[in-house]
Design a protein around this ligand. Structure first.
Ligand SMILES: [Zn+2]
Length: 334
């Protein structure tokens, strides 16, 4: 297998690392209109990837191969890496506080990859992210549903009290219920699974040219602040004879967006899910979005957009293919 480690790769905004991790670059349009993208150093890469780019080696290849069969890489799946100055700087604003102890992986998530589905995304029961609450939510009886709603309403009422409001004033009377319903809608992706959405819409067409759906509107919720982020996602793939119904791509994006997310993981999950259900030659996903947690609070930078990408298969291996995708979606032109 040929390892592509050309220097030009580092100029690509979408140069995902060798493990398929999406890489985040921030673009600020406020300064001089130019859109220079910072090239993150090797230190910026998450977790265990510490080798500088360009060390093409069998070892790297081996790592890549094995990462495909492992559960999705995820902040919660790994011990927190030692804090690095660089990383803080690049990822600071909208990014994660370090993982809380409470979100530490459960024993079954943590160690024994062998007990998990080989798929990083689609669990044995068809739900896309293994989690206790997801199954409960899907299987609940009407009584349990009512109970859940009461619990949520109580929580929202508490919030209203804590911010200094009067939950009993007229305008707020129905707010706890409205908010609870809205929250369940924002997170409805927990109840869906990829296989239901694809629902057999995979067709053997013998088509092997690039397919792109661009400007898919995506609304998601930042898991760190529970406020929305939204933007556009661009999905491309090169079939291996089989194509997927074109409307399924936005629906897969929607499924993963309607959960608590971080943009990096959302990008990666969409790419891996398509890779998995369709088995194409490669998949590329680029997402650009604006995070309310960054715009309305924190650094209050209203013009920043955050771009993440995940390239798999031939998009990862072939720079030409990747560049074709990027120029077709218009990322290279700006
Ligand atoms: Zn946030």
């Amino acid at each position: 297998m040929v390892q592509f480690a050309s220097p030009s790769r580092s100029q690509s905004p979408s140069g995902a690392s060798s493990t398929g991790e999406p890489r985040r670059t921030k673009k600020s349009k406020s300064k001089d209109g130019s859109s220079k993208k910072k090239r993150p150093s090797a230190d910026d890469q998450d977790g265990d990837v510490t080798k500088p780019n360009g060390t093409a080696s069998a070892r790297q290849n081996a790592e890549r191969r094995s990462s495909m069969s492992k559960p999705a890489r995820d902040f919660r799946d790994q011990p927190e890496p030692a804090p690095k100055k660089k990383k803080r700087k690049t990822l600071s604003t909208s990014s994660a506080p370090p993982p809380e102890p409470s979100t530490a992986p459960t024993p079954e998530e943590a160690g024994e990859t062998s007990t998990r589905s080989p798929s990083p995304l689609i669990d044995f029961d068809g739900l896309s992210r293994p989690s206790r609450g997801t199954r409960e939510r899907l299987d609940e009886s009407p009584e349990q549903k009512e109970l859940r709603m009461e619990k949520m309403k109580g929580a929202v009422r508490t919030l209203l009290e804590c911010i200094g409001e009067d939950p009993d004033r007229e305008g707020l009377l129905a707010t706890p219920e409205r908010y609870a319903k809205a929250m369940l809608f924002f997170t409805k992706g927990y109840q869906q699974n990829v296989r239901d959405i694809v629902n057999g819409a995979i067709f053997q067409e013998g088509h092997n040219e690039m397919v792109i759906v661009k400007d898919i509107e995506v609304f998601s919720m930042c898991e760190h602040h529970l406020v929305p982020f939204n933007g556009k996602m661009h999905i491309g793939y090169i079939p291996s004879n089989a194509v997927i119904g074109i409307s399924k791509l936005p629906r897969i994006a929607e499924l993963f967006a309607r959960r608590l997310q971080i943009q990096e993981r959302l990008t990666k999950e969409v790419a891996h899910a398509i890779m998995e259900v369709l088995k194409p030659q490669g998949v590329a996903v680029v997402m650009e979005s604006s995070h309310l947690c960054m715009v309305m609070r924190g650094v209050e930078k209203t013009t920043t957009s955050t771009i993440t990408s995940c390239v798999l298969g031939c998009f990862e291996r072939k720079e030409k293919t990747r560049n074709e995708f990027l120029s077709l979606i218009g990322v290279n032109r700006r």
